[in-house]
Ligand binder design. Structure first.
Ligand code: AMP
Ligand code: ZN
Length: 464
């Protein structure tokens, strides 16, 4: 699979160290408010990547952190009269709900920064020992002059930066590039946002959090690190500096960055009132499946324009695909697969595969889906679709849906557990073990799945 690497500035073969395993880290949300649709542009893109990698035969181990201690969180929690856990828990919960609503797979590990402070302390201690730091006003800073590669990811010229000039903020612009803080002591921050460390009381800087959690779960060098483009500088630049200097090893092999989302051709901002959350979009009558489709329909390295009209078009595109799937399921004409349908499915799969392999080109991959839908609809219209052909095309749609997740209505599929009960019941009936078949039917019913035996075989539907 070819994928753009921010570090080299090129589309190049994605080469994990130990294929088929992929160790991947995504910078997760800062849980100080409900995530907005812009955040989900990035997160859906990384979900598409993990699914595409799996389609390509890889086994993905993904870490997505929750940043639950940084400048804004501390300020907002203090203003609300809450501590960190009390303030961040509802936002973390909402994030899980939103991920599920967009059919994002849950990353294998979702660590919270506050649960990994010892690992962060350990990394700072290593950096101190190796001479990459200095202390000032109780805080520990990373000396960027001690790392000649500083600026390589963001192509920043660091020659003009004055030695000893420092920046304390977690978020800052390229113009403010200076020695950054690893461990902060701020007299005006509450005691619940401070931890003890051998080098003094304080709390981790934001950049440090991701380095420590990434290396804990994925190793000192891992395959892929992703996030939105705004994270290239300073966040990822700083992650590289402190990780590489802490271990003496390269940090990450491949960097993936997702371009920003705009709303009706405008940048998102609180002042424009266009930082929509998923519940706000749902309240306007839109389905989350259409939202996911829209977010998937643009290439991740191009700015995506989110419009209400675009959401309607996304819903219509989904209807078209799902209508095709429904008609395939209803084909009555008995018969084996014919060559035309087989060729159709193969052509679509080849185009789909090539598109994903070409820097995760999801718009091209969706074009392959629609190409198959159009060809298949013509076959249906000509009355030449057999049950065998329909099954092949449906199977192909299911494979593609493994990446896009919303091409088929989710309610119409059984979970792995339900499917195995369903298959077990079919098998029991074939063996005329009706007691067992009945027991399995009851188990399915307890899960809310009702079975109906028709002349054409067993059908299922969800209760209620
Ligand atoms: P944050 O919670 O601010 O750390 O952001 C979470 C993720 O959303 C990061 O990867 C950001 O780069 C990304 N992000 C923020 N705004 C946008 C946007 N308008 N479009 C796409 N991604 C964004
Ligand atoms: Zn991060």
């Amino acid at each position: 699979m070819n994928l753009h690497n921010t570090l080299t500035g090129r589309v190049e073969p994605f080469a994990p160290e130990a294929p088929p395993d992929v160790r991947m880290y995504v910078c997760g949300p800062t849980v100080y408010a409900r995530a907005h649709i812009g955040n989900f542009r990035t997160f859906v893109a990384t979900d598409l990547l993990r699914r595409a990698l799996r389609y390509k035969g890889y086994r993905v181990n993904e870490v997505m952190n929750l940043t639950d201690v940084e400048d804004r969180i501390i300020r907002f929690a203090a203003d609300a009269g809450q501590d960190l856990a009390g303030f961040t828990a509802p936002h973390a919960q909402a994030f899980e709900e939103d991920m599920a609503a967009l059919h994002m797979e849950r990353p294998e590990v979702m660590p919270k920064a506050t649960a990994h402070v010892p690992e962060m302390v350990d990394l700072v201690a290593r950096l101190i020992e190796r001479g990459h730091t200095y202390s000032a006003d109780g805080s520990v800073y990373f000396r960027i002059a001690s790392f000649p590669d500083y600026g390589k990811l963001s192509r920043l010229d660091v020659s003009g930066i004055k030695a000893g000039a420092r920046v304390d903020n977690d978020r800052y612009e390229k113009e403010d590039a200076r020695d950054f803080v690893l461990w902060k002591l701020k007299s005006d921050e509450p005691a619940w946002a401070q931890w003890d460390a051998p080098f003094g009381k304080g709390r981790p800087g934001w950049h440090l959090e991701c380095s420590a959690m990434g290396m804990k779960y994925l190793g000192e060098t891992f395959d892929l690190h992703a996030g939105g483009v705004d994270l290239i500088f300073p966040h990822h630049e700083n992650e590289i500096a402190q990780s590489t200097c802490g271990t003496g090893k390269p940090f990450v092999r491949h960097w993936m960055h997702v371009e920003h989302l705009r709303i009706e051709d405008e940048t998102m901002s609180k002042s424009k009132g266009n930082t929509f959350t998923l519940p706000e979009i749902a309240a306007r009558g839109h389905h989350m499946d259409a939202v996911r489709y829209l977010l998937s329909a643009g290439h991740y390295r191009k700015t995506l324009n989110f419009t209400w009209e675009g959401l309607h078009q996304a819903a219509a595109a989904l209807d078209k695909i799902r209508g095709f799937a429904r008609r395939l399921a209803e084909v009555e004409h008995e018969g084996a697969v014919d060559g035309a349908a087989e060729a159709m499915a193969r052509k679509a799969d080849e185009a789909f595969d090539a598109a994903l392999g070409d820097d995760l080109n999801t718009p091209e991959a969706l074009a392959a889906v629609h190409g198959m839908v159009n060809d298949g609809n013509a076959l249906l219209a000509g009355g030449a679709m057999t049950r065998g052909s329909a099954a092949v095309l449906l199977k192909q749609l299911e494979v593609m849906n493994g990446v896009f997740a919303v091409l088929l209505p989710v309610e119409d599929r059984l979970s792995a557990e339900e499917q195995s009960l369903f298959d077990g019941r079919q098998e029991a009936r074939r063996q005329r073990d009706f007691a067992r078949a009945d027991a399995l039917r009851q188990q399915l019913e307890a899960l809310g799945v009702l079975i109906e035996d028709t002349p054409k075989g067993a059908r299922w539907r969800r209760k209620g």
